[in-house]
Ligand binder design. Structure first.
Ligand SMILES: [Zn+2]
Length: 318
């Protein structure tokens, strides 16, 4: 693929280019093996693609399915549909709801649309992505429920989420976020370590859960906040801006109907969108999403809903 072929620019380009299963398979092949496929059995680099999506080695006839080991494994729906779903998910400024996706694609069931969205969400966070550098604000917040929580403790109704927002002048660079069980050092320190490059500045308030970051290689800048609530948003303004956008998005696009069990994946989707908000081409997001989708292990529908009590898996087509 040359650079001009990397992603479609418009919906009509997408529809024209990915009108057949073969075209979609070919694209996934290039995303999955950008340097070409080398047979693990005979090291041969020659192969052909069957119309069922099998890559066959010319040397020893070893076969590998393009879709196996990706989020598309086991799907009975055409890739043409999946590609349109990926386009829709990435081209909507505020993201997609399951109901919206069901309508746009004319899918048979809500469960199918829901499952597809969750499969894409699992592909939105790249394993081994870079950590944030420079000066980074870190703070936690509660999501869901109306009553105020006691700091540091998770509640049944509410989820505690920690957010890191990179400072870029007065603006926000990239973000990271994670749901945590409490605001202890045991929960906060691993998040800081996974999200921020040691040597960078972690800017927090005076909460005890953040003490000790210097020992882990960070410059720790503490701004002590008075008890007044409005002060927090002034002293760590970027984190608080991200949190208010996140809350608005959960209430708007998803109408507040996000359960705690699945919150992590919504946080991933929000982060994916936020960190690419200045991307000029929506098509680039489509490309990134599919690129990550072929590197993401499949998750069967049943295991996605195993934590949802009182709801039996329904027959569905994925
Ligand atoms: Zn071979």
């Amino acid at each position: 693929m040359n650079d001009n072929d990397v992603y479609p620019r418009t919906l009509s380009e997408l529809e024209e280019r990915f009108a057949t299963e073969e075209a979609c398979l070919e694209y996934l092949f290039h995303l999955r093996w950008p340097k070409g496929f080398v047979c693990p059995r005979c090291q041969c680099g020659n192969n052909w693609l069957t119309n069922r999506g099998l890559l066959v080695c010319s040397g020893c006839e070893y076969q590998v399915s393009i879709k196996s080991g990706t989020i598309f494994q086991g799907t009975r729906s055409p890739l043409v549909m999946w590609f349109r779903a990926a386009w829709w998910v990435t081209s909507q400024k505020n993201g997609a709801s399951a109901l919206g996706l069901k309508r746009v694609l004319g899918l048979a069931s809500y469960e199918t649309a829901w499952t597809w969205l969750h499969k894409f969400r699992r592909a939105m966070v790249r394993p081994g992505r870079n950590r944030l550098t420079g000066r980074v604000e870190v703070d936690e917040t509660y999501l869901g429920g109306l009553e105020e929580g006691v700091r540091g403790r998770g509640t049944k109704k509410k989820a505690l989420v920690v957010v890191a927002a990179q400072e870029k002048g007065k603006a926000i660079g990239s973000i990271r976020m994670r749901r945590i069980k409490d605001a202890s050092a045991d929960s906060l320190h691993p998040f800081v370590f996974d999200s921020i490059e040691p040597g960078s500045i972690a800017h927090t308030d005076g909460w005890e859960g953040y003490t000790g970051l210097e020992k882990k290689g960070y410059k720790h800048e503490v701004t002590v906040i008075s008890r007044r609530k409005e002060a927090a948003s002034e002293l760590l303004p970027r984190v608080h801006r991200v949190v208010s956008l996140l809350k608005r998005w959960l209430l708007g696009t998803h109408q507040g109907a996000v359960s705690n069990e699945h919150l992590d994946y919504y946080l991933d989707e929000f982060t994916f969108r936020f960190n690419r908000r200045t991307s000029r081409h929506r098509g680039k997001l489509f490309y990134l999403l599919l690129q990550q989708a072929v590197q993401t292990e499949p998750t069967p529908y049943e295991s996605m809903i195993k934590h949802v009590r009182g709801r039996k898996p329904t027959k569905h087509k994925i």
